[in-house]
Design a protein around this ligand. Structure first.
Ligand SMILES: [Zn+2]
Length: 357
């Protein structure tokens, strides 16, 4: 992944204003916000205080790490790549260097980082997880990625893993729906609509990666929908800015989609002990219309012959399904419990001993 060129002078002269602001995801106290080049920025020191990070140290080169209270956060000015507890994540804006101080875009801080690092601070509501929608990628005439050397198709493995995942989540007490349970093609937007009509509280799409003709690359990748106005990852490589000014339905749940992606990412890496290709963003049609948080996982590469052969085994499929199930369970456990509804006044006369004061 190639980051955007770093031009500090542009930022220094483009400062529009310096003010105080509030974040949508949990900061009760005002933050000093710098606005420049049309983007709001927050000093990493203020963000670190919000995350409860205290120790700051230079790791190597220009990389700086903050740690404390069970969290580690590493960044490098000029780069979009950060590490959250060792997991790679690509932000929507490169970290800005201003007067020797790193700054995060407020959107990245607020909608990509805060809920996954400190879910209790996020004030954007999200549903408790009762209904889980699992989306086995591709199907029917849409084979997905193919390994022609081995005669293997992505659609076979997405369905096999998803069926095993459904069994695990059923056993854990969730209500689980699949967007397909046979070898049929379902349009991408229809998959999201199936989830919406089922009242899904969370949506996970299962895919496998390919980089043909590169047959060597392996590793885990997790995708979410880009934040409103931010460029998706691929556009930083191609140079084409295809950010979208208008929000899509799934953008209402950005902080929780990021928390879901983080939980899936961590569990896939821990279980599969594979390479980390990071959390990225893409304008995915299957996520765009969702009425709940959603993420797409790419746990392995079908274009790598060794990984494709392992994918053909029941044991490897079960490990992937177990990792995704653990990620969903971790996410569900991280969602704050809403305050109990106010008690309706009693219609029966209370005795003096139990009457409310
Ligand atoms: Zn796919």
């Amino acid at each position: 992944m190639r980051s955007a060129p770093w031009r500090p002078a542009v930022f220094i002269f483009a400062i529009a204003c310096l003010g105080a602001g509030r974040t949508a995801c949990g900061a009760p106290e005002p933050f000093p916000i710098v606005r420049q080049a049309g983007v709001d920025w927050i000093a990493m020191r203020a963000a670190a205080a919000r995350f409860g990070l205290k120790q700051e140290s230079t790791v190597k080169g220009r990389q700086v790490e903050w740690s404390g209270d069970g969290l580690r956060f590493r960044l490098q000015p000029g780069s979009r790549e950060v590490a959250v507890n060792g997991l790679r994540l690509f932000l929507g804006q490169p970290v800005m260097n201003r007067g020797g101080e790193p700054y995060l875009s407020l959107a990245d801080f607020d909608r990509r980082l805060l809920a996954r690092m400190r879910p209790g601070l996020c004030r954007i509501p999200t549903p408790r997880v009762h209904v889980v929608a699992i989306d086995p990628g591709h199907g029917g005439k849409d084979h997905g990625a193919e390994n022609r050397r081995l005669g293997l198709m992505e659609k076979t493995f997405t369905l096999a893993v998803s069926l095993q995942l459904k069994s695990l989540l059923d056993a854990a007490g969730f209500s689980v729906i699949l967007t397909r349970d046979t070898d049929v093609d379902v349009p991408k937007a229809t998959r999201a609509e199936i989830a919406n009509l089922s009242g899904a509280d969370v949506f996970v799409s299962v895919h496998f990666n390919s980089l043909e003709p590169d047959t060597r690359t392996t590793g885990v990748e997790v995708l979410t929908f880009p934040l409103q106005g931010q460029r998706p990852d691929a556009s930083w490589s191609t140079g084409a800015d295809d950010s979208e000014a208008r929000a899509s339905p799934v953008n209402r749940f950005d902080p929780w989609s990021a928390a879901l992606a983080g939980a899936l990412h961590r569990n896939l890496l821990q279980t599969l002990r594979s390479g980390d290709r990071g959390e990225k963003t893409e304008h995915l049609a299957v996520l765009r219309p969702l009425n709940c948080p959603g993420a797409l996982v790419e746990p392995a590469f079908i274009s790598n012959d060794e990984e494709a052969r392992r994918l053909s085994t029941r044991a490897f499929q079960e490990r992937i399904a177990a990792a995704i199930a653990s990620g969903i369970l971790d996410y569900a456990a991280s969602v704050p419990v809403p305050n109990p509804p106010p008690q309706a006044p009693s219609t029966t006369p209370a005795s003096p001993a139990t009457a409310p004061l």
